[in-house]
Design a protein. Structure first.
Length: 278
């Protein structure tokens, strides 16, 4: 099964034009058992699959901190290994499990919650500042995923834009001219046109690079819904990218030539022999 799965990924990647191909990696405490040699093998296999960039989905998950002030953590050592082997790293920031519950709040309470998130993201980013000067550093990833349910009102959209714009500005001071990414997903709670308009507003008013999760792996969307979103999202220009979900070997990506994925979710599914599920 693993062999067929690997072949499927290789064929998928070979169909993509030469560009930066990124795989998302979710750090977990269980990964601390991976040795330096195993990480070198992982990076070699990624290069063979035309993956040149690893995006850390987060550097701190709730109270689990995968970095330290001295730069000696396993995640920071992984950064050095990638740097030595010519791979790039997009650094993810802070994530908490209560995010989706908290963003359901009314605008006033939401404003204070986003202010707290802003501070926590920047606290994590500052611990990475010395690494931003290394060739491997390829930008930041904000771990707050944008859905099509909780940001429909104009008031909440404006709060989101203000929050992300301010965070993007501060991250730019830590690493000038480096991109800042954030991902989003569509679950059928609004029309494809409304969802695409939200992503377009975010791209225009925040200068963020927006990532759209194609929804194939979760199988929440019908083929018609997915193609409806694709029709709008993939016409919005260079600041919106596609994340292909590769949860199992039967996944088929029905993307047009204008909507080819350049990001993949995730390393844990791509190379399952190395990673525990939790």
């Amino acid at each position: 099964m693993v062999g067929r799965y690997t072949a499927m990924i290789a064929l998928l990647l070979c169909s993509i034009a030469v560009q930066a191909n990124v795989v998302i990696y979710q750090p977990l405490n269980s990964d601390s058992e991976l040795t330096k040699g195993q990480w070198q093998e992982i990076m070699l296999q990624l290069r063979e699959r035309q993956i040149d960039t690893i995006a850390l989905q987060w550097s701190q998950h709730e109270h689990s901190q995968f970095i330290d002030e001295e730069g000696r953590s396993r995640l920071q050592q992984l950064f050095h290994q990638a740097n030595a082997q010519g791979l790039k790293i997009v650094v993810g920031l802070y994530h908490e499990n209560s995010y989706y519950q908290r963003i359901q709040q009314q605008p006033r309470a939401l404003h204070f919650y986003l202010r707290g998130l802003y501070n926590r993201h920047l606290d994590v980013a500052r611990r990475w500042q010395a690494f931003t000067k290394l060739p491997a550093f390829a930008g930041w990833y904000i771990s707050d995923e944008i859905d099509d349910l909780n940001w429909q009102s104009h008031a909440k959209q404006q709060l989101l834009i203000d929050y992300l714009s301010a965070l993007n500005d501060q991250l730019a001071t830590l690493a000038p001219a480096k991109p800042v990414y954030i991902s989003s997903f569509y679950a059928g709670h609004s029309s494809p046109r409304q969802y695409a308009y939200l992503l377009e507003r975010l791209a225009q008013h925040t200068d963020l690079e927006i990532l759209w999760q194609d929804g194939v792996g979760t199988q929440v969307l019908s083929s018609d819904q997915r193609q409806g979103v694709q029709k709008y999202v993939c016409q919005k220009g260079s600041h919106i990218h596609v994340i292909a979900e590769i949860f199992n070997e039967s996944v088929e990506h029905r993307l047009s030539d204008e909507c080819r994925p350049s990001w993949f979710f995730s390393l844990r599914y791509m190379l399952p022999n190395y990673f525990a599920s939790e």
